[in-house]
Design a protein around this ligand. Structure first.
Ligand code: G7M
Length: 330
């Protein structure tokens, strides 16, 4: 298996808010912290998503071997900073006029630098699989029967999955330990709850991840009746902790599992219902309370049902499915 890609977040917010907001504590992840991107040499724009305002770039770092993927994202407005007395509305932020017509004024607005942070994620060294993941690509839906899973999907994912080192680093407190929001040490029903890599700490885009302590559940497909205590524990404690720490109740949270996931160590996503997080569409997100109910109804539900999933054309599995003439079978 390839060595763990180094993933670092650069955060320009070094203000005191980060002391109370774990989503902003980015002195994390591992030993390799970048101070700026001056050594980044851009090779290719992999994807420029104008609706999400995210750009994914391939390049390398001068003096350092291996490809790098850098993802830059314009962040959401924080309602906390939108007050009359905030720096948006004083001379620290300024307007540059584009044109004025009657009652209509059009400007470029340059907020104070601290209000203008761009979230940056650096993956270095990045594997070809990372480069593929962040590149523009066509998508297809696959209706995965249990047989298709056993015959083609499972062997492929065992051979060609992303390294899970970052997950194990969190579970053994080697990385991101200062970001842990809650930990339940029970080996079977326990988990760690912490901010997702994608979260910049604003409640408006709240995004936490529950990583289970057990290492033998790859995905939704593996879930069985004896996992119900784990699933219920994640649901109950996750909601309690988020409600007391961030003030959002269970009815304000979207709590779900991806199928297929990117990382085959079982984990649950918690996002604010008003936030359109990536990966919440019908072909990918499975609501946790619905998963629990399905297993209560039929203990082997997830070993017996067809589960649709979405696949990129540049994924190695796509080629195997095409060769097996699996696609477009209903
Ligand atoms: O698609 P899947 O269910 O496998 O989602 C995995 C989630 O893990 C995504 O939402 C990622 O943003 C998140 N994630 C990935 N990495 C590499 C990290 C990491 O190093 N730290 C944290 N906190 N989250 C990560």
């Amino acid at each position: 298996m390839a060595s763990a890609a180094k993933i670092c977040k650069l955060d320009q917010d070094n203000n005191d808010e980060s002391q109370v907001n774990p989503g902003k504590l980015n002195s994390i992840l591992n030993e390799k912290d970048f101070k700026d991107l001056s050594k980044f040499r851009l090779d290719k724009i992999l994807n420029n998503n104008s609706s999400r305002k995210v750009v994914s770039l391939k390049g390398n770092f001068e003096g350092s071997s291996g490809d790098a993927v850098v993802i830059l994202e314009k962040t959401t407005f924080s309602e906390d900073t939108l007050r009359s007395e905030s720096d948006y509305f004083n001379e620290k932020s300024y307007l540059q006029k584009v044109f004025h017509n009657d009652i209509y004024g059009n400007y470029h607005f340059f907020p104070k630098i601290e209000l203008n942070a761009v979230k940056a994620t650096v993956i270095h060294p990045a594997t070809q699989k990372h480069i593929d993941k962040y590149s523009v690509h066509n998508l297809h839906i696959v209706n995965e029967t249990p047989k298709l899973y056993e015959d083609i999907v499972l062997p492929h994912l065992i051979k060609d999955q992303f390294d899970l080192q970052w997950v194990y680093n969190i579970l053994d407190h080697t990385s991101e330990s200062d970001r842990i929001v809650y930990e339940d040490l029970d080996p079977d029903s326990g988990f760690i709850l912490l901010p997702d890599l994608k979260w910049n700490g604003e409640i408006e885009s709240l995004y936490l991840l529950a990583l289970c302590n057990k290492k033998d559940i790859k995905s939704l497909r593996d879930l069985k009746k004896h996992h119900l205590p784990l699933l219920k524990n994640i649901l109950k404690k996750g909601v309690e902790v988020i409600s007391s720490k961030y003030g959002l109740n269970s009815s304000q949270l979207r709590i779900y599992v991806h199928y297929q996931p990117s990382f085959y160590h079982f984990h649950v996503h918690f996002t604010y219902i008003r936030y359109d997080a990536p990966g919440i569409l019908a072909e990918r997100a499975h609501i946790l309370s619905n998963i629990i109910s399905n297993i209560e109804l039929l203990p082997n539900y997830y070993q017996e049902v067809t589960i649709p999933f979405v696949i990129r054309e540049n994924d190695g599995l796509f080629k195997a499915l095409e060769e097996g003439k699996i696609l477009n079978k209903l």
